[in-house]
Design a binder for this molecule. Structure first.
Ligand SMILES: Cc1cc2nc3c(=O)[nH]c(=O)nc-3n(C[C@H](O)[C@H](O)[C@H](O)COP(=O)(O)O)c2cc1C
Length: 174
């Protein structure tokens, strides 16, 4: 089969609007992605660059900065659990996005999932995965995960937009 090539459109040196600027206004859900090394050492970080990818087979993806410690660690653990945070779990998002990785799990209520990765209590749900593909793309790595266990509960989500955590405001009846 012929492989598709990128179109011959020149890439400008500077985009008129920085991609970061527009992505600031793109609302996203907030997840904490956890994992565990063969040594038993746990790690995790707050991630908004999460998406479902395929239903058959069940695939999801996360994008992680190349410089993040997590990139190196996911390559070693080859598994992760995506915990989708509920609206009252902002403190967990803050803890897992701040420096000081050693203390992130202190006081956190969680239990190990099928893969051994931490499933955080009281979230909207989790997707426990084995990593089946890693793609380096620019300054991030894409880690494709195949779900081995999924749980969900209907709750209000925690959202992030314009560098702020927000809650979903539902419109009243028309
Ligand atoms: C709301 C929010 C979303 C984030 N999403 C991502 C993400 O999708 N990918 C990523 O690499 N870092 C993301 N971060 C930053 C990481 O959480 C942060 O860099 C990390 O916890 C720091 O640990 P490290 O030193 O291992 O990178 C996000 C931070 C916040 C506050």
């Amino acid at each position: 089969m012929k492989e598709n090539k990128p179109p011959n459109i020149p890439s400008p040196k500077d985009l008129p609007v920085d991609l970061r600027k527009i992505m600031r206004f793109f609302p996203s859900a907030v997840t904490v992605v956890t994992s565990i090394l063969p040594s038993g050492e746990q790690f995790g970080l707050t991630v908004s660059a999460f998406s479902s990818l395929s239903l058959e087979p069940p695939l999801v993806l996360i994008c992680i900065r190349n410089e993040s410690n997590a990139t190196r660690l996911f390559k070693e653990s080859m598994k992760y659990c995506v915990n989708i945070l509920a609206e009252n779990q902002r403190p967990i998002a803050e803890t897992f996005s701040m420096a000081g990785e050693d203390t992130r799990f202190v006081g956190l209520r969680y239990r190990p999932g099928k893969t051994g990765c931490a499933m955080i209590d009281d979230t909207i749900g989790y997707i426990d995965c084995k990593i089946v593909k890693i793609v380096k793309a620019g300054d991030h790595h894409i880690f494709v995960g195949e779900a081995v266990d999924v749980q969900a509960e209907k709750k209000e989500p925690l959202l992030y937009i314009d560098r702020h955590y927000v809650k979903l405001e539902k419109e009243g009846p028309a």
